[in-house]
Design a protein around this ligand. Structure first.
Ligand code: HAM
Length: 409
């Protein structure tokens, strides 16, 4: 039968088997971050569009091509959030969090939306876990976030991980460097892809990220921001690396690392998984010392990361979960159906998972169903409070008193 409707392109349904993986991801994230003193924050799934054009940056792919933007009935422009950091900084300012003890450490988990070309590991709706430390420019905060993300991915068992770390310096250093880079790109215009040429003025850094072969060849000789850092930025970056060394977290220093959001200053980083093909970035982040101010708040430093839940689950290649029903309560000869519900309640209150037949099957059909759903035991109710307890794996069966099932299990 052909379905009349399908989930929109690039989105997907999370079916019960996959939900178990998400639950594991959330559990690991919560325990890692709450042990480190992070509190959970959730912001709405959509915001005023200008929050992202101003926060993420008008020259980024995200703002130029990937936002789901719509008008509400009052003619206001709203956008399904493509990322979390701008919204969390908005909330930091809106709720006067600069008056709290600094830094404020927040984590969040939820759906994000980008109108990208869907492929394995790249969707139009995806889930991000993020962590933000707002109100400090200490390099220790950058290093701590990287260590936390390394620990989380390690605890989840993500294989073939690598970490790239770079620095974009402060906004002033970057302005000077960008002029130098523009000049370099203009000299090589003929060898660059159209997309890169079009953005020489608006966003020349993206040339480092291009998949185009000609552009990549040119970029191997391009001047790198990492060689132009001011002494203060250089010291900050060294301190981050020393802290990573001391924590025993290995990384590759990547002078050509760039990120797809404009708010970054100083440290940036990405974790990649060798198991994942083209969309190998499982998580990434960096420092955004100008963002809160840019959104109308007081000058406030911040740093954070986000990790894609779907990419982690893909990397883990999770097996479907094992049997989840402890006891299937079946109705045998002479059993009273009302007894089944009372027993289910008793079993569930005692922490056991329990189900019964809801389709009016004969006993044989009920046992077949119990087998299909992976039940460990079947409790076959009979007349006069008697019952049979059946081990579904071995097929062994013994008579018990139905009201002693908890003791017998
Ligand atoms: P981002 O690198 O754009 O950073 O996204 C973070 C993670 O989200 C990526 O590493 C990837 O795992 C996942 N992701 C991104 N786009 C998709 C997609 N279309 N489908 C599936 N997964 C995707 C940020 O969003 C920043 N807000 C991170 C940050 C927090 N920086 C500072 N604080």
């Amino acid at each position: 039968m052909a379905a009349d409707f399908k989930a929109p392109r690039g989105t997907f349904d999370v079916l019960p088997d996959a939900a178990a993986g998400y639950a594991r991801f959330e559990h690991a994230a919560r325990s890692t971050l709450e042990r480190a003193g992070f509190g959970r924050i959730e912001t709405p799934p959509f915001e005023e569009t200008e929050l992202f054009t101003r926060g993420v940056g008008g020259s980024t792919d995200i703002v130029r091509k990937e936002m789901f933007t719509f008008e509400d009935k009052g003619g206001r422009s709203l956008t399904l959030r493509p990322e979390g950091t701008a919204a969390i900084c908005r909330a930091y300012v809106e709720h006067g969090m600069h008056k709290l003890a600094q830094p404020v450490k927040l984590w969040h988990l939820g759906p994000y939306f980008r109108h990208e070309r869907p492929q394995a590991g790249r969707y139009r709706e995806f889930n991000q876990l993020g962590a933000e430390v707002i109100g400090t420019d200490s390099p220790l905060a950058d290093a701590e976030l990287i260590v936390l993300l390394a620990d989380l991915l390690g605890e989840l068992g993500v294989p073939e991980l690598s970490l790239r770390v770079g620095s974009l310096g402060s906004l002033d250093t970057r302005r000077e460097y960008l002029d130098e880079l523009r000049l370099f790109l203009r000299e090589h215009e003929g060898e660059l892809s159209n997309d890169v040429v079009e953005r020489i003025d608006a966003n020349p850094l993206r040339a480092f990220d291009s998949a185009d072969e000609g552009t990549r060849r040119v970029m191997t000789d391009a001047p790198q921001l990492i060689d132009r850092l001011e002494p203060a930025d250089d010291e900050h970056f060294s301190a981050v690396r020393e802290a990573l060394d001391a924590a025993g977290v290995g990384y590759e220093l990547d002078g050509a690392l760039v990120r797809g959001l404009d708010y970054y200053t100083r440290t940036i980083f990405e974790f990649h998984c060798g198991r994942l093909g083209a969309q190998s970035q499982v998580g990434g982040g960096g420092r955004y010392d100008g963002l809160v101010e840019q959104l109308g708040g007081p000058a406030t430093a911040g740093v954070g990361f986000a990790v894609g839940a779907e990419r982690v689950l893909l990397a883990l290649d999770l097996e479907p979960p094992g049997p989840s029903t402890d006891v299937f309560v079946a109705l045998g000869e002479g059993a009273e159906p009302q007894r089944a519900l009372a027993l289910l309640r008793e079993l569930r209150r005692a922490g056991r998972s329990a189900e019964t037949d809801l389709a009016g099957r004969a006993l044989r059909g009920q046992l077949k169903h119990a087998d299909r759903i992976g039940a460990r035991h079947a409790l076959i109710l009979e007349a006069d409070g008697r019952a049979q307890l059946r081990d579904m794996q071995s097929g062994e069966q013994r008579e018990i008193e139905a009201n002693r099932v908890l003791e017998e299990l």
